[in-house]
Write a protein that binds this ligand. Structure first.
Ligand code: ADP
Ligand code: ZN
Ligand code: ZN
Length: 788
């Protein structure tokens, strides 16, 4: 044996010195909600090949489970240790640095290592199905049933005579229309609740047809071949300077983290591409590119594919298990060297990354909402450190955590403060909704012809701007960060608000589907006809949602071609692509949607962005509410005026003097950051102090409250005993949403000045209170993105 690793040498020694050896032992990390690892015996034949990180099939209780070798050891003091059933990976599964990244994640976020490793792998490798992990055969092509409109009904009277009292049919037809005339049967039936009989009715009337389609699972393949023949963009002077300085940093021994603050339209993507060119093409290394949500960024993805072709692996939720596994293998084996994906792509098994990029680094979706609750930005920075490569964060509105790291000298700052086109950023006007309502009322009173207005959706100011765009054949983006028709159904008689049976939240009325729906669980019901408490039939629908805006738009601008993009219209896998493609082709004049439409879109003919109500995110009970609002407004404003024509932004709000809105209107990130950092100082919120949210949940409210008190008291006395003075416990109190999917929820916050102290407290807590018993659950969310 010539060049054995340390691990192999150890085993070699064990074997030669112990003739009677039947192998050894291993600590196994299981993907189960406990931190402890379990000891198993490793038989001689597997012992030679076993390595840390390898998957093993083990007996667990009366069942079998897949776990990971966390450590190998020669002896164990335990009696009656069971043996592993099979070593599933005779070769190391992870590049060594990646295993260290996973260990760091487990330690920092106080998560079971087995759950971290599972999150880092394609699901087919960690689910028991037949012979575990061997099932990598490609699945047959997907077939799906599609139903599409074949006859349009331009007039209202036609509709009325055709449908008569078949209102469900009419609703199904209109839903289909709003989805662009085509969607899958399963979307209509399962997600939207139309019965097969209703859909058949449409077919029988000759209005729609049903066909079977064979679909490729890869939307990027569906987008057709990428054109890489076109002329490459030459970096501007500003871009070139940033690229040169970033390359300098990247060539340091320990490059660390760089933050690129570039205003919307400043050409950050070209900076990424040029850096990747050096790393991937010239140095032959690999690279990770993380984006917040892959289906929303088809344009960015296609620019990477155009440059790096077959070297690119795009990890997205539409891949089948087999395809996911294939991509994972190709990355591990080095046949693909550029990976683009959302949060979990930070664990892509590329052997030698030379660069890790996180675009839109401020996005909350980089934080995983369940165990392991890692933040991809933190993991990327740690991975870059362990791999010795540069981590590049990009954003127009950096997270305050990142900004504080710049100020503390931990991250190096690069800036692109002008748009590539040379245009200034769009003019943003804040329109006061309270004042506008007053004016509308006066106008309605003085003119008898105008009908009394319902809820004010569009102020005069916004209506005028939309109309001007339609006349000039330019495009409009409208944002309202709330889906459905109305967010409250309330009884005028007694004030009752209809809420979910399983969650303490109000139900949202969805008009097209004619259901009231919970946005947190699957609960839905028919809308009430009368109050079940006071029998009143006077019910009010309040709280504007995108569906109502869509209807309002249709009435105000019947000539405009609309598309709505929110969770309700994008239920099918490639709906995002289809909607965005129609908008790009200018088959749509007005694109209306939730925050989905605020990200990375680059459409040169959009010259107006309207925000229907900026208060929605401002009023959330969360310490990040101002920051989220500032970011969302800056992002969506950045969609306007990206082409030859200058752009304009109209923001409706009842709090026009709020500093976050004022700063967004002036595109003044620095002013926003200064003020917000100051506001967070006194309450001790991040980035000033480190934070963890500890949530206890269970079926019985009293037991939950009692357990939360107990753990919080325990944590307080821990700090006292250890004489820790720069940490504190806040609470406990019920969570803002204190019942979710039938579980009551209480929480408390742990705040500490030093990360090590916070980590210590959380690990102690998990060790002593991780298993609360009685179906109670304790969840630790370190560096939380939201406290709901
Ligand atoms: P950002 O991500 O910073 O908002 P993008 O990377 O999307 O900006 O770039 C904005 C637009 O400018 C894109 O249409 C892009 O093709 C174009 N662009 C970027 N750099 C250049 C350049 N050097 N020359 C010409 N066009 C450019
Ligand atoms: Zn009532
Ligand atoms: Zn619910």
């Amino acid at each position: 044996m010539s060049r054995a690793t340390v691990g192999e040498m150890t085993r070699e020694t064990i074997h030669s010195s112990n003739d009677d050896s039947t192998g050894g032992f291993c600590e196994v990390a299981l993907a189960r909600p406990f931190l402890q690892q379990l000891t198993y015996r490793v038989p001689a034949d597997a012992w030679q090949a076993a390595s840390p990180g390898a998957r093993v099939l083990v007996p667990l209780g009366g069942k079998r489970a897949i776990g990971f070798v966390a450590a190998l050891k020669r002896d164990s003091e335990l009696k009656n240790v069971r043996s592993i059933i099979e070593l599933l990976d005779p070769e190391p599964l992870f590049p060594p640095a990646l295993l260290d990244v996973a260990r760091w994640v487990a330690e920092y976020y106080v998560a079971p290592l087995g759950m971290v490793l599972r999150a880092a792998l394609p699901p087919s490798l960690t689910t028991l199905r037949g012979k575990a992990g061997r099932d990598t055969a490609r699945e047959p092509a997907l077939r799906r049933q599609v139903i599409r409109v074949v006859r349009e009904l331009p007039t209202l009277s036609e509709r009325e005579s055709l449908f008569g009292r078949a209102t469900r049919q009419r609703e199904a037809y209109e839903v289909l229309e709003s989805l662009g005339g085509e969607t899958t049967v399963s979307h209509l039936a399962t997600q939207l609740g139309f019965s097969r009989a209703v859909l058949q009715g449409l077919v029988d009337k000759g209005l729609a047809e049903r066909t079977t389609q064979i679909v490729s699972r890869d939307p990027f393949a569906q987008m057709g071949p990428v054109d890489s023949s076109g002329p490459r963009l030459t970096p501007t002077t500003d871009q070139a300077a940033v690229i040169r300085r970033l390359l300098e940093q990247a060539s340091d021994d320990q490059p660390g983290v760089a933050l690129l603050r570039g205003v919307t339209g400043s050409g950050k993507t070209l900076v990424y591409l040029e850096l990747l060119e050096r790393v991937v093409t010239e140095q032959g290394r690999s690279a990770l590119v993380l984006v917040p949500e892959i289906s929303l960024t088809p344009q960015t993805v296609s620019r990477f594919r155009a440059r790096f072709g077959d070297l690119v692996a795009v990890l997205h939720s539409g891949l089948s298990a087999g395809e996911r596994y294939d991509e994972w293998r190709a990355l591990r084996d080095g046949t693909k060297r550029v990976v683009i994906g959302a949060r979990s792509a930070v664990f892509a098994p590329v052997p030698d990354p030379g660069l890790i990029i996180l675009d839109e680094e401020h996005e909350g979706s980089y934080k995983q909402a369940d165990t392991p609750r890692y933040h991809a930005r933190s993991v990327a920075a740690m991975r870059a450190r362990l791999e010795g490569c540069l981590c590049l964060l990009g954003s127009a509105t950096p997270a305050l955590e990142s900004w504080a790291n710049v100020q503390a000298g931990k991250y190096r700052l690069y800036e692109l403060l002008a748009r590539v086109t040379g245009h200034t950023l769009p003019r943003v006007e804040l329109v006061d909704l309270t004042q506008a309502r007053e004016e509308e009322r006066e106008a309605a009173e003085s003119s008898a012809t105008e009908p009394s207005p319902g809820p004010l959706i569009f102020t005069r100011r916004l209506r005028k701007s939309i109309l001007a765009r339609l006349e000039r054949n330019e495009q409009v983006i409208l944002l309202l960060n709330r889906r459905g028709y109305a967010t409250f159904v309330q009884c005028d008689g007694c004030g009752k608000v209809w809420s979910c049976r399983q969650c303490n939240v109000s139900l949202t009325y969805h008009r097209r589907r004619r259901r009231i729906v919970c946005h947190h669980c699957a609960y839905e019901a028919d809308p009430p006809l009368r109050c079940d408490e006071c029998s009143s039939t006077e019910l009010t629908y309040t709280g504007l949602g995108t569906e109502q805006v869509e209807r309002g738009l249709g009435e105000l601008f019947p000539q405009a071609r609309l598309a709505r993009m929110d969770l309700d219209t994008t239920g099918t896998k490639w709906a995002h692509f289809q909607i965005l493609e129609r908008f790009r082709q200018r088959e749509v004049d007005i694109l209306l949607g939730t925050q989905m439409i605020a990200k990375g879109l680059d459409f040169p003919h959009v010259t107006l962005v309207g925000v229907i109500n900026a208060d929605v995110s401002l009023n959330l009970p969360d310490f990040r509410a101002s920051e989220r609002t500032f970011q969302l407004l800056s992002q969506v404003a950045g969609r306007s005026g990206r082409g030859a024509e200058a752009g304009e932004v109209v923001v409706q709000t009842s709090r026009p003097s709020h500093f976050a809105l004022q700063a967004a209107a002036r595109h003044d990130y620095l002013a926003f950051a200064d003020r917000e950092l100051e506001d967070r100082l006194e309450p001790g919120y991040p980035p000033h102090r480190r934070l963890a949210n500890v949530v206890v949940s269970g079926l019985n409210e009293e037991a939950v409250a009692e357990a939360t008190e107990r753990v919080a008291d325990w944590a307080r006395s821990l700090f006292e005993q250890a004489n820790i003075r720069d940490a504190e416990i806040l609470g406990p109190a019920p969570c803002p949403i204190d019942r979710l999917r039938n579980r009551w929820r209480w929480h408390f916050l742990v705040k500490a000045d030093r990360p090590a102290v916070l980590g210590f407290a959380l690990r102690e807590m998990a060790t002593h209170h991780g298993q609360l018993g009685g179906r109670l659950r304790l969840e630790i969310d370190r560096d939380p993105e939201a406290l709901m």
